[in-house]
Design a protein around this ligand. Structure first.
Ligand code: BG6
Length: 454
């Protein structure tokens, strides 16, 4: 077998707090925007989720059996600081979880904020209100004080770009572009401030952003389609990474925002904070690429993966070369290699993939789930990641979505992603028992062999 992956490569898997934990109002937890949003018909709410809050010991045992070297999870802001004051029981939960992971030689990777703003912050204007920057920095300081020594890899904000560009879909925001990009600016400043504070604390680990990055293909070889791809990528990808890595807005993204009247207002001192709080590595989520053309002639359906359009700049078109998942997301493993290379050649920082996976509706049959499509999907993406490493891309690890079944952002638990099946549906909780899917045994082998078989 070829040796592609370094010995300390982090084979992991991911979840997020509100999608997996449940216990939405227990032990002092306050509500987050995800607990109070309108739930699409026919899908479950997030109150019980996969009940990980009560079953984390069993789950970590399963992660150990799977062989995970790392587990990427998020911390619930409204569990730790439900109303701006520390909730010790919330801290204790994450202490127990992190302690157990370490005991089992699974490296904890923590995301500080994954779509679940506390309601009391949202009621004060959420990210549109500059005070949220300070509230976020205070919350992160509590996390660094409590877990800074035990968690070596931190991520500030999950998919900030998706919140800015498709917030109405995932239930985080439903505002005009101008308002959204002002909120977004505050998030960028908050991220930089927290990054700077983390560095000043000398905790010894690394901190970075976790956007959803997708390379953008031009629909044809027409020069105007190249320009359309350049602009979509600037707005969707590089705006977020240029600020995180260089401390500066991307010039094309800034131009586009100005043109559509959505350029944010800077307060005095913002530019300095952005410049002082740059990241150590890049975590990112990859599901698929985008394809765009320069024309804009019809209303575009918005989805966090299938794209959107900006009149005069680009419109998303279907890429007929790519197969689709059951839920209508393109499958593009080669695009993964391309995206890895594109990010690395722009920024030259180590990369950690924090999400990648396929959502599918699944049934338990005699205690088993035959998810060969998931094995096929992950295998092809890992093959392309090998090629990217051979290309020279520096990688820290790969954490597919998701470690265990959880509730999708807006399509319920009927859209499953996990290596471990959770026995519930959108309508019924059943016994929430855990079952290992076929992909569990497959990934277990990949990890044990530190890569795919030849
Ligand atoms: C990312 C998010 O957008 O993709 C996750 O970080 C999400 O929270 C995942 O679950 C898959 O998306 P969805 O909409 O299928 O749940």
């Amino acid at each position: 077998m070829k040796k592609i992956f370094p010995n300390d490569f982090l084979w992991g898997a991911s979840t997020s707090a509100y999608q997996v934990e449940g216990a939405w109002n227990e032990d002092g937890k306050g509500p987050s925007v995800q607990d109070v949003k309108d739930i699409p018909e026919g899908t479950t709410d997030f109150k019980v989720a996969a009940d990980h809050y009560h079953r984390y010991e069993e789950d970590v045992r399963l992660f150990k059996e799977l062989g995970l070297k790392a587990y990427r999870f998020s911390i619930s802001w409204s569990r730790v600081m439900p109303d701006g004051v520390i909730n010790q029981e919330g801290i204790n939960f994450y202490k127990r979880l992190i302690g157990l992971l370490i005991e089992n030689d699974i490296q904890p990777i923590a995301t500080v904020f994954h779509f679940d703003l506390p309601v009391y912050i949202a009621e004060k204007g959420g990210w549109e209100n500059r005070e949220t920057i300070k509230a976020f920095a205070d919350y992160c300081q509590v996390l660094f004080d409590n877990f800074g020594q035990d968690v070596p890899l931190w991520q500030t904000i999950n998919e900030q770009n998706v919140m800015a560009l498709a917030g109405s879909i995932i239930g985080t925001s439903n505002k005009s572009m101008k308002e959204k990009f002002q909120e977004n600016h505050h998030m960028l400043v908050a991220q930089a401030l927290v990054t700077k504070n983390y560095h000043n604390g000398n905790y010894g680990g690394k901190i970075g952003p976790a956007p959803n990055i997708a390379s953008v293909y031009p629909a044809s070889d027409k020069p105007e389609d190249q320009m359309a791809a350049l602009y979509m990528s600037a707005l969707r990808n590089w705006l977020f990474l240029d600020v995180a890595v260089f401390g500066k807005y991307n010039h094309n993204a800034w131009h586009l925002l100005e043109k559509i009247g959505a350029a944010p207002t800077f307060n005095e001192g913002d530019q300095q904070i952005l410049a002082e709080g740059t990241c150590d590595y890049i975590a990112f989520n990859y599901y698929n690429t985008m394809t765009v053309s320069s024309y804009f002639d019809k209303e575009q359906k918005i989805d966090q993966q299938s794209g959107f359009g900006i009149p005069g700049f680009f419109q998303t078109v279907e890429n007929t070369n790519l197969p689709m998942t059951e839920f209508g997301w393109p499958i593009d493993p080669e695009g993964f290699r391309f995206t890895l290379n594109e990010i690395y050649s722009r920024y030259r920082l180590p990369l950690l993939v924090t999400e990648n996976g396929i959502g599918a509706s699944e049934q338990l049959e005699d205690g088993k789930v035959h998810d060969d499509y998931r094995i096929d999907y992950l295998q092809k993406h890992i093959q392309q990641m090998e090629l990217a490493i051979e290309d020279g891309v520096e990688m820290l690890g790969y954490c597919p979505w998701s470690a265990i079944d959880l509730i999708s952002t807006h399509e319920g638990i009927k859209k499953r992603y996990g290596f471990i099946y959770v026995n519930r549906t959108d309508e019924e909780l059943f016994d929430l028992a855990r079952y290992k899917k076929d992909s569990f045994y497959w990934y277990q082998k990949v990890i044990a062999k530190n890569g795919l078989e030849d």
